[in-house]
Design a protein. Structure first.
Length: 270
């Protein structure tokens, strides 16, 4: 990552396009990568760039230093919460992917690499993504109840959906700290690896996704998400129209050619 310039006190998100991947690094290690409003706005801009640039196919969210993020920098966010004011501007992609009015929902996949402290917003960002690789040293906590507030970035929804209501409430209502093994058991993360391997494994999976047909990847992701959010019948109703649209694409023709010619397909996203 290009981090030659010093990290500003308010932190930043450092982006790097690497082939078809967009690497998005949370960079405020001196404060355990605690998110300021400026960082959150930059992250929304990065997610918007991922969705809008046809050359980019997969995002990889990771962090500088030993920790993913300690969550929101509450003193800097409290005035926004008290005023009921949004931090990011209308029209961009919401990193939490909650479908709120004025924000766009992401279409392209995001893989997240988490390590060390992964609190509050950190859990919500990883649950809003698609695939999570966790370092074995991860420490998770959704501790808003200890601060007199509620988790409103999707944890109450997605923790219950992934692990069942009782398991979700165990951690949401106590604000306790749990480890990577527990996060894996509860389906909050998909893989646990040694800390030195976490970003490498996330990049490996992202590259594997990026090698597939981009239109088919987006359609598959959105259909699976629709099933979770709206139910199997809503997802099934899209099957025929989506398959017809994909079958007439250049990538589908390339898929057939590569099968006949017994070679790896070279997809263009058209």
């Amino acid at each position: 990552m290009n981090t030659a310039t010093p990290t500003p006190p308010e932190g930043r998100i450092v982006c790097e396009a690497r082939g078809h991947l967009l690497l998005m690094q949370i960079d405020r290690p001196a404060k355990r990568n605690g998110f300021t409003p400026a960082m959150y706005r930059q992250l929304a801009d990065a997610y918007t760039r991922l969705d809008d640039d046809p050359a980019l196919r997969v995002g990889v969210l990771h962090a500088a230093g030993e920790h993913f993020t300690a969550g929101l920098d509450l003193p800097s966010f409290a005035p926004y919460m008290q005023r009921g004011e949004r931090v990011i501007s209308d029209g961009g992609v919401d990193p939490l992917n909650l479908g709120q009015p004025a924000y766009r929902r992401r279409t392209k996949p995001v893989v997240v690499a988490v390590q060390g402290i992964t609190y509050t917003l950190g859990i919500e960002l990883m649950l809003a993504a698609d695939i999570v690789i966790a370092a074995s040293d991860c420490r998770f906590s959704q501790l808003e109840v200890k601060r007199g507030i509620m988790a409103t970035g999707g944890a109450t929804l997605r923790m219950a959906e992934r692990s069942g209501l009782g398991n979700a409430l165990l951690h949401l209502l106590t604000g306790d700290e749990f480890d990577a093994a527990e996060a894996l058991r509860l389906n909050y993360v998909q893989k646990v690896v040694e800390p030195a391997q976490v970003l490498r494994e996330a990049l490996r999976i992202a590259e594997q996704i990026a090698a597939q047909a981009p239109l088919a990847v987006v359609a598959t992701r959105l259909n699976a998400l629709k099933c979770v959010e709206e139910g199997p019948l809503a997802a099934m109703r899209e099957f025929e129209a989506t398959q017809q649209r994909l079958a007439t694409s250049e990538d589908a023709a390339e898929g057939v050619r590569s099968f006949v010619e017994r070679r790896a397909a070279q997809f263009t996203g058209r």
